[in-house]
Design a protein around this ligand. Sequence first.
Ligand code: MN
Length: 231
Amino acid sequence: MNYVFNPAPPVSVPVLGSSAQFPVHRIYCVGRNYEEHAKEMGFSGREAPFFFMKPADAVVVVNAGETAALPYPSLTKNLHHEIELVVAIGKGGKNIRAADAQQHVFGYAVGLDMTRRDLQNEMKKQGRPWSIGKGFDHSAPIGVITPAAASGNIAAAEISLQVNGSDRQRSSVSKLIWNIAEVIEHLSAAWELQPGDLIYTGTPEGVAAVVPGDTLLGAVTGLESIRLSVK
Ligand code: MN
């Protein structure tokens, strides 16, 4: 195949216990999927799950035991962390039933849905798309993917984020409003899922700003932690 310029290299994420990489297709994100976070954003009650996307090349890979650099993005004065469990899809499909969802899951990782909150809020106010607040470069840090069979009881895992050693977010995956299987059911009704899709499942309460010099430590019990330094 000839191209008029070199295509971008594929985006991929390391897999625990494997020399093979997980190639990223798309990044889907679930909005307001923990009750206490929905409340802190000014919403209450169970609403149908809703989704937004980030470009695949927004991924920042965080290797085990390393501190990855997280560039402070342009245009914002309020860069927020959102610690999230990420589901890595290994088998595609559309209209997947929740009861069958597990067989589509390759594994899990710890991720951050970094958010230019000031820009997102302005877009919300104006009824405009969230892309500039959510889908910017380096907005999707992710750690090593642990295969599902090695992830333990992920549905009850603790999820946490520390900034400079202090707790900012600490909750349990069991508090997801829409659980992993339900998210896959809803998402696959709207898009045909493909192997390589990543789903950021939502963040618990405690979102707040980070600034250059801050160190973020994200963890989900049973998965590889992530450490990043804001530059
Ligand atoms: Mn989020």
